[in-house]
Structure formats: structure tokens, C-alpha cells
Ligand binder design. Structure first.
Ligand code: LR7
Ligand code: MN
Length: 582
């Protein structure tokens, strides 16, 4: 900072203003425009190019400056707030958690203008931007029944970290909330904030249509979406806009840091960020950056390609967003749209990236604050449009999904055709080669059932949901719901647990006799000897390395029935078969 740049004023090219019309569904809402008519016309006036020297510092000025730093204030610089409450105050705190699934009692104590600890790679500090040539953006924030302080901290953090010259407006979209503070008081409050608009849905639209409603009144070149409980770092926006200017078909996400729902501590670090993936239930997953991607990048400040996005925080060129078909408006409330959009971006010729120099914090609530039961139908829509033959792999692991009414996806399939998008196999091979692709050969997947111990199945129930490998495979009453009882025998002889990601493979050893889930080999690697099994004609499941057979055992060391490696015999307890059934 402090550098002086020579820039040519008035040279910036601006696309025409877009006002996108959504036929039918989204009519009749109220729009509150504040203080913007002057801005818009001024921005469109074209002056003859004159070479001027402008202090870059001046161009970096945010819409609002933060108030003076008070280091003693609760939560300042992202520090945790720990209150030892009793009696009435404790009760209030608990109630706020009950209602919001976030500790709003604590959030209310934290300044709406607090500063955050630096979290980007220090090399990011050296990146220079020509502010006049960057595209402008509109920030769209949809909310449903959000608490006051988390919502307004989001708004203030945008206004206080975003250079005025880059921000056209912040559009808040009220997705038909029913809380009183979001009515008149919110209108009152934002009427005092330059560049902030509020638009209300007249029925619950869900986050997809709510975001589109917000996008429809934006005037910036780039759309930047945020959740309504975020905090942006100084410098978060420039890398996103710069990348989109450089590559208009890139959709770029910030690094998403965690804000603790209970203490409002700002977590996250300046190391390599994580990227997005998914498992075969179409659940979003986080991954470390794969080696091939690290090799492709030339600097720690280069973007990181990501197969998928979490969904809430990203920037996309407005024209490109429309070219790609915005969102699937048949998706309701929450879920699925992030993977659908990710597949679409990649398969239709764009790229999805995380910029390591853009950091935004997000409050992950204690648990879901509202019903998310539309997520299944949304995921089925995504699968039906983008997965081709791999949708069977999804359905095998989510038998219930087949019964879900997902509506009509004809238009989305036509969009795919019109854009000439690539198939899902291309996506798996080229964008997400680390994902284990199940084979699902007939008769070789589903519940792995024992013939002797009737109605008992292979089951993997890790204590820690996040650690997919490392623990013992057990036997449990067959429940037929897929999930923990879904296994697959690959052509090479691995018993794979690939419902979740990363996948696990069953391994046996001579010492313990029990079976454990280990990491599967990487693509192209040889099969570890202890992971090879053969399901023989007679139903015996032969472990090649130990030359033993898998037997259903009741009297195990911990009393829980489990498969165990025993000398091969004719016992029905050594006979197994796969069953695919709900
Ligand atoms: O009906 C609704 N109407 C809304 O306007 C439901 C939600 N919303 C709003 C909501 O107020 C919020 O601003 O939409 C936004 C997202 O909803 P959240 O915050 O309840 O979702 P989430 O953070 O739990 O979920 C993540 O996945 C969602 C899948 O549909 C969305 O893509 C969210 O934007 C996304 N959030 C992020 O990517 C932030 C990082 C979390 C992760 C992983
Ligand atoms: Mn969220």
C-alpha cells in the first residue's frame, strides 16, 4: 500500500445494466432502493480518457471506515468470548441458542464492526491491483429469519472491507422471514447505510430463488453471493474480481474460515485452504489440495481448482452466470444447488476455483436452524440432470431417493444440451480423479449378509463421523437403508465402503482376526495384499493374504458380533451374499 499508480481514467469498459426478469414466480415483492439513483448515472457517464495519477490508497478506500479499534471489546480481533453466566442471563443465552442454533447472546456482545486476525498467506499482501480496471460487483445476501447481529455484522463487514469503487450495492433479500426485527427495524437501520438495499420475497422462495431475486436488481459486473452470517477480511474481494477479469468463465470462491457458533472465535489458518468434493450420497465434502493441483500452481497465491463448492460464498461474472443458466429454480429451501452448480460449471466449460488470498468467515450453526427436508429432492434433480449413468451409483447408496418426487427437469436437460456440456465421466476423470468411482457390478454391492447368523450384515459405524477409516467392521441387524451397511466388492477383490468420501477398504490381518477399514489405494496403485478377498461360488469369502475365510463371530473380545478371519470350513457362518434392497 502507499504505492502510486498511473492509471487511465474513464477507460473501464462497462457492460449495459441488466435487469433480469423472472417470469411468473417472483412478482409482487417490495423493493427499497436507497440513495442509488445518483450513483448509477454517474458511473455510466463516460469521460474522455485523460491520463491522471491517482493514489492507489484512495481507490482502496472502503465504503465505510471501521470505528477506532478497542482491543478490550469482546470478540475483537476474532478472539473467543467466554462468559460465565448465571441465573437469568444464562437462561437468556440458552434461549438464544435454542432459537438460532447460534449463540446470539454472545454475538450481540461482539461489535458489528470488529476486526479480524490476518488469515491469508503473507504473500497475498504483496499482490497489487489496478482498482480502476477491476470489474465492479454487487453483493447479494439472502436471509431467512436471521438474528440481528449476525446479519448486520455481515453487512457492515462487507461495507468496511470493500473498496467503494468496486462495490455497486449490497442487496439483502428477505426470504419471507417472520421475525419482527427483520421488518420495520431493519428497514429503518439500513436506510442509514449507503449502497444497501432490501428486497422481500412474498412467499418462502428458498435460497436459490431468493438469491436470483436479489441478483435481478443488481447493477455490478460481477455477482458476489454471501450467506447472512459472514465476516469478510480486508482484501477479500479484489482477488475474486481480479481472477474473473482475467478469466471470465471462472467462478471463484473465497477461503471459508470458521467462526465458532458459541464463542464467535475466528478460527482458520493461513495454510493451504481446502477444496470441495462430494460423496456418493451427493453430500458435500472438504478435501486437502491434491498433489497434481499443487504441481500445477506456480505460487501459493494462485487459484486452486476445486471440483465443487460449499455453495454460499462465491463470485461469478453476471453475464457468465446467465450464460450458464443461473440456478435450477425448481430447487426449494436448502441443499443440492451447490453441487448442481459445480457440475454445471465444469461440465459446461467453466472452472471453479478457490482463491487463497480471499478469506471470509462463516458461522456454522450448532445444528440446522430450519427444516432441510427439500435437500433430497434437490439432489435428485442434480443427479437426474448431470450424473448420466452414474446416477445409479447415487441411487444404490440412497435407495429412498428413487421415491422422491423431484418435479420436472426437462428444461435443465435442455439447457445442458444447448450449452453442449460434457458428460459426468469427463468430470470424474478430469476434475475429480481422486474420487473413488464404484463399479456396482450386479450382485456385488449392497448389504453383505451372513447365511448362518440370520439377518446380520457387515456394518461400519465409526465413532467419529469425520474419520472414515481406522476402525473395526462389525455385524449388525441388517437395516436395508444403505449408509453404514453399504459395501461393494470390486473386480480386483476389494470390499469397498464408498458411500462416503474418502472411501475405505476392508483389510484383514493374521493377528487380530478382525476386519478393519483402511484407506483404499489411490488410483493406479497396486492392491495391498491384506485388502484382497474372493467371494467364491459356495458363498465363502476368502481372504487371500491369510488364506482364511470370513466368519460371523458372536463371542468377540468386546462382545459385539463381528466378521473374523477363521480357518475355512463348511459352516453357514462362513457363507455370505450381497443383497440390494431398501
Ligand atoms: O429458505 C431459505 N432461504 C434463505 O434465504 C434457506 C436459507 N436461506 C439463506 C440463509 O439465511 C443463508 O443466508 O441462504 C443462506 C444459506 O443458508 P444456511 O446458512 O442455512 O446454509 P449453510 O451455511 O448451512 O449451507 C451451505 O449449503 C447450502 C446448500 O444449499 C447453501 O449453499 C449455503 O449457502 C451453504 N453455505 C456455505 O457455503 C457457507 C459455508 C458452509 C459450508 C460447508
Ligand atoms: Mn450459512
Amino acid at each position: 500500500s502507499g504505492s502510486t499508480q498511473r492509471v487511465v481514467a474513464g477507460q473501464r469498459s462497462r457492460p449495459k445494466l441488466w435487469f433480469i426478469l423472472f417470469a411468473g414466480t417472483l412478482v409482487g415483492f417490495l423493493i427499497f432502493f436507497r440513495h442509488n439513483s445518483g450513483d448509477v448515472s454517474a458511473a455510466n457517464r463516460r469521460e474522455a480518457p485523460v491520463e491522471v495519477v491517482v493514489e492507489n490508497d484512495q481507490l482502496q478506500k472502503p465504503v465505510y471506515e471501521k470505528p477506532p479499534l478497542d482491543l478490550g471489546a469482546p470478540g475483537e480481533m476474532g478472539r473467543p468470548v467466554r462468559l460465565n453466566l448465571e441465573g437469568e442471563e444464562k437462561r437468556k443465552e440458552e434461549e438464544s441458542i435454542q432459537v438460532n442454533k447460534i449463540n446470539i447472546y454472545v454475538s450481540d456482545k461482539v461489535s458489528l464492526h470488529r476486526r479480524l486476525p490476518e488469515r491469508w498467506n503473507p504473500l497475498c499482501r504483496d499482490l497489487q491491483y489496478d482498482y480502476r480496471s477491476l470489474p465492479t460487483t454487487s453483493v447479494v445476501i439472502a436471509f431467512y429469519n436471521e438474528a440481528w447481529s449476525t446479519l448486520l455484522r455481515t453487512v457492515h463487514s462487507v461495507l468496511e472491507t470493500t473498496p467503494d469503487i468496486l462495490l455497486k450495492e449490497v442487496v439483502l433479500v428477505d426470504d419471507y422471514s417472520d421475525r419482527a426485527h427483520l421488518k420495520e427495524p431493519l428497514e429503518q437501520y439500513i436506510s442509514g447505510l449507503r449502497k444497501v438495499h432490501l428486497i422481500r420475497a412474498t412467499k418462502r422462495e428458498g435460497l436459490v430463488r431468493a438469491r436470483l431475486l436479489g441478483a435481478s436488481i443488481t447493477t455490478g459486473d460481477v455477482l458476489t453471493f454471501l450467506d447472512c452470517h459472514c465476516e469478510c477480511h480486508k482484501g477479500w474481494l479484489e482477488p475474486l474480481l481480479h481472477r474473473i477479469k482475467e478469466e471470465p468463465t471462472a467462478v471463484v470462491c473465497p477461503v471459508i474460515d470458521v467462526i465458532d457458533w458459541n464463542t464467535f472465535e475466528y478460527l482458520g489458518n493461513s495454510g493451504e485452504p481446502q477444496i470441495g468434493g462430494f460423496d456418493w450420497r451427493l453430500v458435500f465434502t472438504w478435501h486437502s489440495v491434491p498433489e497434481y493441483e499443487q504441481k500445477r500452481r506456480r505460487s501459493p497465491t494462485d487459484v486452486i481448482r476445486s471440483p465443487t463448492m460449499a455453495g454460499g460464498l462465491f463470485a461469478v461474472g453476471k453475464n457468465y452466470f446467465h450464460y450458464l443458466g443461473t440456478y435450477d429454480t425448481g430447487m426449494e429451501v436448502w441443499g443440492g444447488e451447490n453441487l448442481e452448480f459445480s457440475f454445471r460449471i465444469w461440465q459446461c466449460g467453466g472452472s471453479l476455483e478457490v482463491h487463497p488470498c480471499s478469506h471470509v468467515g462463516h458461522v456454522f450453526p450448532k445444528n440446522a436452524p430450519y427444516s432441510r427436508n427439500k435437500a433430497l429432492a434437490n439432489s435428485v434433480r442434480a443427479a437426474e440432470v448431470w450424473l448420466d449413468e452414474y446416477k445409479e451409483v447415487y441411487y444404490h447408496r440412497n435407495p429412498h431417493a428413487r421415491l422422491e418426487a423431484f418435479g420436472d427437469v426437462t428444461e435443465r436437460r435442455e439447457l445442458r444440451k444447448k450449452l453442449g456440456c460434457k458428460n459426468f465421466k469427463w468430470f470424474l476423470d478430469n476434475v475429480y480423479p481422486d474420487l473413488q468411482v464404484p463399479e456396482d457390478q450386479p450382485g456385488m454391492f449392497g448389504m453383505l449378509k451372513n447365511r448362518g447368523k440370520a439377518n446380520y450384515c457387515f456394518d461400519y459405524n465409526p465413532v467419529d463421523e469425520n474419520v472414515v477409516v481406522g476402525q473395526r467392521v462389525i455385524l449388525y441387524h441388517c437395516h436395508g437403508m444403505g449408509q453404514n451397511q453399504f459395501f461393494e466388492l470390486s473386480m480386483d477383490g476389494e470390499i469397498r465402503y464408498n458411500t462416503r468420501e474418502p472411501s475405505g477398504c476392508v483389510a484383514g490381518d493374521n493377528i487380530s482376526t478382525y476386519l478393519t477399514l483402511h484407506s483404499c489405494r489411490k488410483r493406479g496403485q497396486p492392491l495391498p495384499a491384506d485388502q484382497k478377498f474372493i467371494l467364491r461360488e459356495d458363498g465363502s469369502l476368502y481372504h487371500v493374504a491369510s488364506q482364511k475365510c470370513v466368519q460371523a463371530l458372536d463371542n468377540t473380545d468386546n462382545g459385539k458380533p463381528a466378521p473374523s478371519l477363521q480357518p475355512c470350513s463348511d459352516s453357514l457362518h462362513q457363507k455370505w451374499f450381497f443383497e440390494e434392497r431398501m
